[in-house]
Design a protein around this ligand. Sequence first.
Ligand code: MF3
Ligand code: CO
Ligand code: CO
Length: 258
Amino acid sequence: MKITIKTPEDIEKMRIAGRLAAEVLQVVAPHVKPGVSTAELDRICYEHIVNEQKAIPANVGYKGFPATICSSVNNVICHGIPSPLKILKDGDIVNIDVTVIKDGFHGDTSRMYVAGQPSVIAKRLIDVTREAMFKAIRIVKPGATLGDIGHAIQTHVEAERFSVVREYCGHGIGRIYHEDPQVLHYGQPGTGVILKEGMTFTIEPMVNQGARHTRLMPDGWTVVTKDRSLSAQWEHTVYVTHDGVEILTRVPGDDNEL
Ligand code: MF3
Ligand code: CO
Ligand code: CO
């Protein structure tokens, strides 16, 4: 596959899709509380996308995925399937990952939420993961490399004695949900693809409290930490501008901004 360079017209549509995805994460936020099920959170997101945004929830049916959001609680790294049986309890941490298609283009974003009060270590894991994502985003500009991005994330995470998941990565995005390039969340500076104006991709580090190793559950989707430690993830879709970066999935005033 080849890395697609978006036209200004494409970018205008990516901005809209990105903003819609970000709005879903805002709409669901007040509902993430002890006692709610992840299926209920999924329903809220689905209804908003379909009825209010008149957009398409990209995850539904994607490679057979059965829901609108991935809801990944505590030791779940990613791709958790919403369930009426999964009721959040006080102190749970959860990543909600949503992708919206509008006018043929995708916007993909995720963030961490806490039900009630998190433990000190859970809060630190969430904050370090968020900082790692933003450190990487700040590096994005024409001439920087994907290795620079991976290195920034890995360095920040490992300095805090957490670990970076290797099996899952960020990705190019546009008319196609997952396109080239792969955006690894670890690596060496100055290596890999050189960024060019018009590229759009996600940065979505998954960070484990313990070891980086993963295990796929028998449902074929849910990815958990092998050592059952907590895991956190944040994700933005970004656009390489002529001299830097634009976050396509940010909502002004929210804490998902730089
Ligand atoms: N949104 C995820 C990502 O960041 C992919 C989810 S695919 C699904 O790339 F099928 F699990 F929904
Ligand atoms: Co995502
Ligand atoms: Co993604």
